[in-house]
Each structure stands twice: as structure tokens, then as C-alpha cells.
Design a protein around this ligand. Sequence first.
Ligand code: NAD
Ligand code: DAU
Length: 342
Amino acid sequence: MRSILVTGAAGFIGSNFVRMLVNRAEPVKLVAFDKLTYAGNLANLDDLLKKDKHLVFVKGDICDQSTLERVWDEHGITEVVHFAAESHVDRSIISSGPFIHTNVVGTQVLLDVARAKKVDKFLQVSTDEVYGTLPYDQKEVMFTETTPLEPNSPYSASKAAGDCLVRSYFHTHHMPVLTTRCSNNYGPYHFPEKLIPLFVTNLMEGKKVPLYGDGLNIRDWLYVEDHCDAIWTVLNKGRFGEVYNIGGNNEITNRVITETILREMNCPWDQHVTYVQDRAGHDRRYAIDASKIKNELGWTPKHRFETAIKTTIQWYRDHEAWWRNVKSGEYLKYYETQYVNR
Ligand code: NAD
Ligand code: DAU
């Protein structure tokens, strides 16, 4: 049986990926591996761990070689899907150290163990942010897999470094690697420091929503289940050494995202939106050309934004205990630094 190590499995996308595989009842063993940083939450996996005997959870750090080796031997790992990362741009602006540690050093340690253990497949889950930013007024210009890497934040620089290491292990060591680069995800279990879950939960708490700069920055939004499905497609059908861009063909400004959420939650703009100081180095526009994964592997997104954003907002209404628990402790200190004391 395939035995897949899923790093960062207690985070937003990792837990959705595990959920997708458990619900599909694929005949695979899943080893959910996570350090449980502020962003990792075992509550994201609890119900799955109770219901699937092929799923196990291991608390561990991808920078810790001996723990990885032990897990490998114990569970006979054959493949790796590498989600684990420090993932929030704003936190990388406050302090970049943890990003270099996990996203660069952690990826190197994981690659070395995977190589020594002769892994069958290693999939690096990366981001469109490694390509930098796009012109606002040339809508035909999008990120392709050959767009040069021009990361602009410490977060995207650390992800680009991880991607370059993965590439180098293919060329130097002939490791069976795959890389995916996806646009902005939204959906259930999204940590409420990111735009959509922050705005939805702030409104539920009766707080204002902080829009950066002029609110006209553009992101290409993709429902998380579509991203997970694309990763599974690339893991099963992708060509080693290749990069596959994943996107929703769904460019939306932050203002329109905000209007959509406010409308859905019956909150008038004037009473609920506050423009705040822009993010330093804020990338203006991201847009993905996903024709390679479509033409080569037959993947296209299945969810429409208009419907999936409603499903997402409803999920936060139905899971108030989940996000109230997350928005406590360390989160409140971060919120003060990021939004109150700047
Ligand atoms: P997240 O912050 O929700 O989850 C990251 C997880 O990694 C957490 O559970 C955390 O505990 C774990 N982790 C962090 N450091 C670790 C370490 N040293 N060892 C083991 N586990 C560690 O992030 P996410 O949004 O789910 O993103 C997952 C991956 O997808 C990241 O690599 C990110 O760069 C990439 N990505 C995210 C998006 C997006 O829109 N969220 C889009 C494209 C790509
Ligand atoms: O593009 C993929 C990337 O998407 C992933 O690699 C990252 O891990 C993920 O966090 C996300 O990065 P962004 O910086 O685009 O996401 P975020 O939700 O932080 O911000 C989305 C947009 O909303 C961005 O233009 C900044 C703006 N924003 C964000 C926050 C948190 C606000 O206007 N106000 C806010 O409070």
C-alpha cells in the first residue's frame, strides 16, 4: 500500500487534503506530520483520526532529521506531499527567521531524508507568490511555469528558495520531485489571519475589517478542495522535475471580496470597513495561467466563487467554537502588533 507523509497536515490546506483522501477512501496510508505551530490545529483532523484506521498523526518538526527517519522506518513512507511552512506574508514582514528555518532549512532536511530513504515521489506545495507581481493594466499577462522567480516578501523568498532546492535535487540527484504553484485558497479551516476568514470572523464578532491601502490589489481565488484535487492529480500523473501552476482563473480585487462578504453577512460598508496602512512591499496583482495542468493532466477547477464563498461563510457560522478558540492567546498578541499598534 502507498504510504504518504503529509507535512503540515494540521494546517488549512494540509488538513483539507487529508480530508479529501479519507472521504474518497483511497487505499493509501496517510501519515499526518505537523509541528503544531500557532497555525497547526489538531481539531482540523480529530474526526478523521477517529474514523480512518489508515490515518495516523505524528507531532514533529521537518527540521528534525532523526524524527523524520524514525517516522519513515516506522510507517514505510513511499511518498511525500510537503505542505509544512510558515505561510503568512504579514508575519514574514514582522520577523523572517522562522520562514527561513522552516521553508528553507526544513525543506532541505526533508529532501535529504527522502533522498536517503529512496522516496518514490516528493511533491513540493508552492505558491504563485514566488513569481512576484504582475502589471495591473495588462490583463493578458499571467504567471506561467517559465515566468522568472522574483519573490518580493520574505515569505515568498523563502518559498522560492525551497523550490530551488527541490529543483536542484532533481537535476543533481535525479530525485523524483514535482512542484505545484497555486494561487490564493479559501474555504473551511482557513486560519483567521488571512483576508477572507479574518473578515468573516471579525464581522461575526462585531469588529471592523481592515482593508490594506486602496483595496485594489488583485488575487486569483481558488476553492481549497480544487487545490487539493489538483495536488492529487499532479502526484498521480505529473512528470518528474516539472512545475505545475494551479489557479482559479478568478481574479478579484480585495474591495470586491470585501463587498461580497459584507453583502452576504448583511453588513453595510460604511459601518464595517476601515482602510489601514498598506502592507510593506504589497504585490499588486497575481494571476495564474493554468493551461499546462489542464492540457497535460486534465485538471480544471470544479467550484464557482459565487457559490463556494457562501459555503465558506456558512462554515464559519457553523464552526464558531473552532475559530473563537483559534482567535485567542498568541493570536491576540499578533493582532495587536499587526493592526492596533501600527
Ligand atoms: P497553514 O499556515 O495553514 O499551515 C501550515 C502548517 O504547517 C501548520 O499546521 C503548521 O503547524 C505546520 N508547520 C509549520 N512549520 C512546521 C515545521 N517546521 N514542521 C512541521 N510542521 C510545520 O498554511 P496553508 O495555508 O495550509 O499552506 C500550506 C502550504 O501551501 C504552504 O506551503 C503554503 O506556502 C502553500 N500555499 C498556500 C496557499 C494559500 O492560499 N493558503 C496558496 C498556495 C500555496
Ligand atoms: O497567492 C498564494 C498565497 O496566498 C499563499 O502563498 C500564502 O500562503 C497565502 O497566505 C496567500 O497570501 P496573500 O498575502 O495573498 O493572502 P492574505 O489573505 O494575507 O491577503 C490577501 C489580500 O488581502 C492581499 O492583497 C492583502 C489583503 N489584506 C490581507 C489582510 C490579512 C487586507 O487588505 N487586509 C488584511 O487584513
